[in-house]
Design a protein. Sequence first.
Lengths: 665, 66
Amino acid sequence: MRLLTLTIRNFRGFGAIAESIRLDGNLILFFGPNGFGKTSIAEAIEWLFYGTTKRRQRGDTYSRSEYAGTFANVHGGQPVEVEALVQFNGTTVRLCRRMTTDESSETLIEGVLAPFTALLNPLEAVYPVIAQHGLQTFIHAKPKDRRDAICAALGLDELTSLKSALDSARTSFQRTPPRVVTQARRELMENAAVLAQIDATAPLAARWRRTPPQVNVAADTAALLQASAVLAGTSCSTVDEALEALRAQRLIASRAVFDSSKLSPPDDAAAIRTALGSKSQVVLQSLATVERLIAAAIAAIVSAYPTVLLEFWSKGLELADDSAECPMCDATTLSERRKNELRSRLAAATRSMASHKAMVDAIDRAKVQLAEVKEAIDHLGISQLQSGDREHLSRMYVEQPDSLNTLLSRYDRFDEARHAILAEIASTTDFLSHCTTRLSDPANASTVNSEAASAKDRPAEPLSASLDAYDAYVEGWAAFEPSLSSRIASDKVVAKIDAVGKTLRKLSHMRVLYRYDHVLTEAQELIRSVEAEIQLQQGALLTTRGTEVKDLYDRLNRGANVGFDTMEPGTDSMKLHASSFGIRMSAAANLSECQLNCVGLAMWLMRATTPSSPFGFVLLDDPVQSMDDDHTEAFISDVVPHLMDHHGKATPLRLLQAWCTRLSK
Amino acid sequence: MMNRTHLDALVATTEQSLRKHLLETFRDSERDPNSTSADSATRLKNVMEEAIQEEPVDAASDPHHS
């Protein structure tokens, strides 16, 4: 690329009147007093290609607010833009960068929005602008920053960026572990104290309680299986076997403390309770039906004729057919009115039999339903508490008897209600079982009728009372159970079984922590290998590019016995060595400011003249301002001609463009 | 000019799956013009977090679990 012209509008020291600056020459010099815009030209070129400047980047690290808004000219003209006419492989192209909001900017190629990367890649490794204020930024930098700067100059910045990104990611990953890791740590730690009391798992617990916890899935699982075998008294070769054995042993151990199944509602208590409520409603409806059908059957019995007489009338009507002659006495007594009367009696008898059958069916149905209600009540359980159990519980809750007494009073209330409803069911079932037999004697009809009416209503209240008492007990148990479980679990044997069992059920947590350590280790190994690669490549590149720096430095310091010697790469560092009459010493700490400026200038010149740079120029913004006369003379008489000779002709850098006040003299 | 062959060579010669995944993720992020340095670090951390869910080769078989 060859710079042909530059046009600056409203940028830094330049205002709205934009005149094109011709740059098409092998050596361009700008000279003038301070404050006349030489540096603004340099910064305009930096901004054009990089969207920022070194001065601004450095300033932002000091005070972002102080440096904000300083790209635009203070008089506020618009647009703020820098435009350059450049030549690429014989083709002339117009490049432009224009400021948008918040000091962002957009780039245009031939007036069309487009990234410059379509034509060239303006990377740090080939930064073409060397400013006098930045000569020592590389010297007086932290070793790592110095190393990164050298790497960028050598084209290794992708590797250094990789190492920085890996470092940052791994540090964040370690300092702020994912939630799954913190959860696994927390839950495993809950049992570590008890595991520490078991011989087989004590070493495991010690490792887990370190910071960070150290988990070895295979070894820790084996230790837990061994502990399971000891606690359960049986061999456990798999986790499932161990959990099964621990479950059985836990039941035995916890019952030795207290068998809570004597108080606990069954697992399906809620379903049974719901079904019982429904069945209760159904049976009460059935008893009402029974009472109604018994009344109907009794009414039919009262007006009934003997069966033999009904059969006689039925046969007589069949034999007489249309005749009025009685088959019994041959008299013409079977008038049509008489026949209708007999037919009415036969129809009433048929209805009575149907009513009786309906009553019997309803009684059978009600008996079945009562049996189902009884069965459901039996299934509610919680009826096995013996006096010895009460004494045991009292001893366990001697310090907090209130919660136990509350539960036991609810237990007793339910037990009483349960007995009452079971007695009522037995009584009602007995009544229903004998009802039909008793009705065969019409003399019992009235008594049976009144008993049926009573039986219809009697179960309702005890049923309701037992359900209410049960609900109250279940509620009380829910409140009481945690404290009972806690007392059982606090038993040493139970606690050990629980700790081993719970931990075995959390093998996935152990695997998570193992994998977390594994990832951290792998990331660390990768960081080390990247660092090794950086140092390897640095060493190789410095054997060639480093000599360029040394050569440029020597041109500025002909015949000196004290001066810069060499660069030595290290882990995250780059040491700069100087030499004093053949004795090695630190360059940054021992060389003069002027010598250090020479090192910085040589370093940045090496970077700017990288053979593969897409830029066809090097821009020097007053590099000799802080040098003494001897160094200035050396720069003018030796370095510039050297660059012109070697890079101006033999390399793609055909043009050296320099802004240098003293050089003009 | 940045020499991309160094990173490409490192990716090509790395065999361990997690390390290779990290290198490839960084390379894709670094060469994405819309990605920042912070984005690259975040993406690497995401790869590390995802790796926790995967079974490492040397712990894949657990003889103690039936």
